[in-house]
Design a protein around this ligand. Structure first.
Ligand code: SF4
Ligand code: SF4
Length: 385
């Protein structure tokens, strides 16, 4: 990476926890409830239409894992252990602020962890189907309605179609703004680093003032357009371009993304659910809002779906848009769904897309950093121009 001007607007996305608490205080005083969420299957529009505010609680740091391992098996995905560890020790401010938790029956580890977590706070579990057939759609729609009843009981506010439509429209505008920002990575030399882009995407799970957040996203887009017009980019010409897919990452668990940056690569597309997977696909603003929400959320191409052909379709689309020179599939240790899917994905990437492919299995510790660095550098050498 080269030293270049960095967008000043990025400072607005730097410390979401301070901003969250500042904005939360008056809301809490007015009796607003906070819903803790762990997954992009949680329909944020429904939560907001019930007058509650959602906050992302996914654990992305190693710190809470030893505490979690007093209860959960060590051989479990670090994201699940970290999430539970924070809850057990009440050491995450977002957890502390949450009045209740929304869980989903996604992968086995997560749904069983939710059973244990339910002893710590009220927890509503959504029963997620594993495909998008008409029968599965009907089940998921019923789960949406069950969630709506739960939320109304928590907040005392019944969800109306009007409120739902308003929230859907706002969420779609935020999705568009995030996709516009992500599109800068399609340029030969993007004006923003992949780490900064990850931070911007991650910040969306801590938003209380959606209008203000949307305005910040638009201001960032304008600033990046100006930087790009001046030819500013933290990347060298011809840098390897990586599509990073697999398990979710964020601040604290960005090890592989950081190593790619340090090796001079651009992560042009972060396909995972903390990246593009969560914002592609708008919710239909016509017709029945509950059905539209159910349809859109069930189409999330996570590996807990079976089959999960949507992920391959999305990777094909992202390959066309962002022109990666290689694909890396990063899988958390003991994440069986992504790990099993990796073989077919590798065949698809090397066979159909004709791109080099690397699977990396790791955890939240730093113990394998040098070994990973060597593997990543060797992989990037294949693509050096
Ligand atoms: S990987 Fe799948 S189950 Fe895990 S948080 Fe993301 S969408 Fe949810
Ligand atoms: S990374 Fe894998 S094991 Fe961990 S919560 Fe997500 S799907 Fe489950």
């Amino acid at each position: 990476m080269t030293e270049t001007p960095r967008a000043a607007t990025l400072a607005k996305f730097a410390s979401p926890v301070d901003r969250f608490h500042l904005e939360l205080e008056p809301l809490k005083e007015a009796g607003t409830k906070v819903a803790g969420i762990y997954c992009v299957f949680a329909p944020l529009e429904l939560v907001r239409a019930a007058g509650a505010v959602p906050v992302g609680l996914c654990g992305k740091k190693q710190g809470p894992i030893p505490d979690a391992e007093r209860v959960l098996p060590a051989n479990l995905c670090p994201l699940i252990k970290a999430s539970y560890g924070y809850a057990l020790m009440n050491s995450c401010p977002y957890w502390a602020a949450s009045d209740f938790i929304l869980g989903e029956t996604t992968c086995d580890g997560k749904k069983k962890m939710f059973e244990v977590m339910a002893r710590l706070k009220p927890l509503h579990m959504m029963r997620l189907p594993t495909d998008t057939s008409p029968e599965a759609q009907a089940l998921w729609l019923a789960e949406m309605k069950r969630l709506a009843d739960y939320l109304a009981a928590q907040t005392g506010i019944a969800i109306t179609d009007e409120a739902l439509r308003r929230e859907i429209a706002m969420s779609n505008r935020i999705r568009t703004a995030l996709l516009d920002l992500a599109a800068f990575a399609a340029l030969p030399q993007p004006p923003i680093s992949s780490l900064d882009m990850m931070g911007v995407f991650e910040s969306r799970t801590f938003v209380l003032n959606q209008e203000g957040y949307l305005a910040d996203l638009i201001a960032l887009r304008e600033e990046l357009a100006a930087l790009s017009a001046q030819g500013a980019s933290p990347y060298k010409k011809g840098a390897p371009r990586i599509l990073l897919t697999g398990s979710p990452i964020g601040r604290g668990s960005e090890k592989v993304l950081r190593l790619l940056e340090e090796a001079g690569a651009v992560v042009v597309a972060l396909e995972n659910c903390t990246g593009l997977k969560s914002v592609v696909g708008h919710v239909d603003e016509d017709g029945d809002p509950m059905q539209a929400l159910a349809r859109r959320y069930l189409s999330t191409p996570c590996s807990c779906m079976s089959p999960n052909t949507g992920r391959f379709t999305l990777i094909d689309e992202l390959t066309r848009q962002f022109a990666p020179t290689g694909v890396i599939d990063m899988v958390w240790q003991a994440c069986h769904t992504y790990s099993v899917e990796s073989f077919d994905l590798g065949q698809h990437v090397t066979g159909d897309l004709k791109l080099p492919f690397l699977k990396i299995e790791t955890d939240y510790t730093e113990s394998d950093v040098e070994q990973l660095r060597t593997r990543i550098e060797a992989f990037l050498e294949l693509q050096a121009k």
